[in-house]
Structures are given as C-alpha cells and as structure tokens.
Design a binder for this molecule. Structure first.
Ligand code: AMP
Length: 190
C-alpha cells in the first residue's frame, strides 16, 4: 500500500517522525524536581516553541482515534494547554479534568493513590454528553494513577475513552497497566 502523503509531499510516517524528533529535541529534563531522586520531564520548552507546539498538537491529534472523537478532555494542568490546542486543531471542544475544589459545578469525583497520600480529580457538570467519544490528553504518563482516575470519571458520566494521548510515557513506572486496556497513544517513551 502506498503511504499517505503529509505536509510538503513527504509520507505521513515521515512527517510524524520529523515531528517526533523535534519534540524529543525540545523536551527538557530537570533532575531532583519536585524532590530529590525524581527526573522531571519539562514540556515548557516544547510548548514555547511555535514549531514544537504545532508538532506536538499534530501528533496528539493524529492518534488512531483522532478522527473518531467528539470531544477532548485535558487533565490539569499541562493537559489544559495541550488539550485546547488539540481540540482546536480537530475542530472540537475541550473539557478540563480539575483537582478537587476548583470547579463550581461537579459531575463526578474520583480519588486515587499517590506515592504519599491521595488526590481527587473532578469533571464539570453538564459538559460531557452521554455516549460522547473522548480523546483524553495529558503530558506525562508515569504511574498512571492520574490518567486512570480521569478515564474512570469520563466513563462514570456515560462517555467512552476513545483514546488517551500523552506526549511522554515512562514505561518503567507501569502506568499502562493501570488503564485497564484503554487505548494509549504515547508520542515518546523514555
Ligand atoms: P502519574 O504518576 O501517572 O499519576 O503522574 C501524575 C502527574 O504528574 C502526570 O499528570 C504528570 O503530569 C506528572 N508527572 C509524574 N511524573 C512526572 C515526571 N517524572 N516528569 C514530569 N511530570 C510528571
């Protein structure tokens, strides 16, 4: 089969590879943040670059489910930036999943375990239609607790997770295993 052509006549696969290389090049690591021993993957250097933002948006929006979603859901806080850009590119709306206490009207809450203690995420009321196919977006999939809770929230509201798209998956932390088989698309793995 002849590969589809993308921007500038190169194949879509080639274009994706070019985009991926740019994102990888712009991504910054910060050792010992937010505490000693953690290597923090910092996307601010990618998002501040016009070509980097465009490449990231294309890659997240071009996930296997990209053409078959009704709405984008972005996870606080970097998922807001990414989710809005992807939604705009796909001609869709965007919904925030927020930390507890930030939303004035809440449809559902879900608590999950962190390394120490727990956290709660919330989905706004009256914005996600039952049966809606959702593209969930976040920056990093680490242990998967955050993404798993966000998926649960979407499903609790009667919508379905068509795909979870992240810029970076850290496979050693086993996050994929906490997604109960929901489709995951990672632009990069480290
Ligand atoms: P998780 O362990 O998958 O629930 O990760 C929780 C959230 O923390 C994710 O939404 C990421 O944005 C962020 N996060 C976790 N680990 C890292 C890391 N090493 N670098 C950057 N962000 C991280």
């Amino acid at each position: 089969m002849t590969p589809a052509t993308g921007r500038g006549g190169e194949t879509t696969d080639d274009a994706d590879e070019t985009d991926r290389a740019l994102v990888a090049d712009l991504l910054r690591t910060v050792p010992d943040f937010p505490k000693p021993g953690i290597l923090f993957w910092d996307l601010t250097t990618v998002l501040a670059d016009a070509a980097g933002l465009a490449a990231t948006t294309r890659l997240l929006g071009g996930t296997p489910a990209g053409g078959e979603v009704d709405v984008v859901v972005g996870i606080e806080a970097r998922g807001f930036l990414l989710g809005a850009a992807v939604a705009q590119a796909l001609g869709l709306g965007v919904v925030p999943v927020r930390k507890q206490g930030k939303l004035p009207a809440v449809a559902a809450s879900r608590s999950y375990d962190l390394e120490y203690g727990s956290a709660t995420l919330e989905l706004p009321a009256d914005v996600l239609a039952p049966g809606a196919r959702v593209l969930l977006v976040d920056d990093v999939l680490a242990t998967g607790g955050t993404a798993g809770a966000a998926c649960d929230l979407v499903e609790e509201c009667g919508a379905t997770v068509a795909s979870l798209a992240v810029v970076l998956e850290l496979p050693e932390l086993g996050g994929r295993g906490r997604l109960d088989g929901r489709p995951l698309h990672a632009v990069l793995q480290r």
